[in-house]
Ligand binder design. Sequence first.
Ligand SMILES: [Cu+2]
Length: 306
Amino acid sequence: MRRWRGSFAAVLVTGSVAAAGAPAAPVGHAGSGTASGHGEGAAAMAVSIGFSDFTPSAIRVLPGDMVRWTNDSVRTHTVTADDGSFDSGALPTGTVFERHVDAPGVQRYHCSVHVGMVGSVEAWTLLLDFPARAAAPGRAFPLSGRAALAPGAAVRIQADTEAGFVDVASTVTDADGHFSAQVMPSKSATYRAVAGDVSSPPVTLLVLDHTVAATASRVHGRDIVRVRVTPPDPGADVVLQLRIPERFGWWPVRHVRLDEGSGARFVVRLRRRLPARVHLTLRDAATLLAGSRTFHVGPPARHRHR
Ligand SMILES: [Cu+2]
């Protein structure tokens, strides 16, 4: 991939711009819904400058998109190209720095004040949006994306289920460069969009093909949660999570492997009734493969009489 060249429109905006929301994903896309009206299909991609990092640290955009950095921290930073092609200068708290991307390529940048604060902007001709949710096996799933191509350009969607990329759908770009297509996934796979000899970076579509059944019972003051996963997956990791009001969310409390019969048992001792759920995860315990319905664990709620 070649480096960016030529002129960029760089704008330093001070004061009145509100802090942009920082995308949660480590790699961000300029989303389809953020078109900001400068040029066909163009979008603004927000990067939040934090106390000691850029979020997202890597973003993917199309040529024509605007990248907008906002200093959301209490310190002064800079957005400085590694190759010296641009430099925001000092960006005090609340300041915004904007830059148009005009060609495909990777631009790495850093903060010239704080060592280790680095980021990159990847400009691609074709981008496939990250799927917003997991798919179910054998059910149609919509994929969408954007392209810096003329309206009506043919786009093929390809999937790689470990045997190389093969065509699974085809579509055309609309007047704004957006495209979408339905795919019919049977298992988790990597997808990309292809037009002529250019392709998008791959994105992963997770297919949740297991079901997790969990039931809770209370025996001699202990709460026993029985789990059954189908189809069988002995040795897989299951996590019991509880929703703890004081901690504002779901928290993993126990972690076990499925036995030979694809079952598992959690034993806890709760002093009060709490919502619970069981997740089947990859070995990293963070990647969800399937989840149970929410149920309740703990002693029955007490009825107070007055
Ligand atoms: Cu800095």
